[in-house]
Design a protein around this ligand. Sequence first.
Ligand code: CU
Length: 67
Amino acid sequence: MTTSTWTVTGMTCAHCVKAVTEEVAAIEGVEDVQVELETGTVTVIAPTGPTREQMAAAVDEAGYALA
Ligand SMILES: [Cu+2]
């Protein structure tokens, strides 16, 4: 398993956290997602990856931006 951390900008509430969590969790292979609202930190656990492209697409889909 690989743990990667990312920063997402624009999240302001629990709804934002839920939206980002759901989109990132839908990336192929992702096993766990932890989103910290205060810092915008998104921790992803997966066998490999995800790639920056996958993360950017998922975060964009949720309506936010990958830093
Ligand atoms: Cu929100």
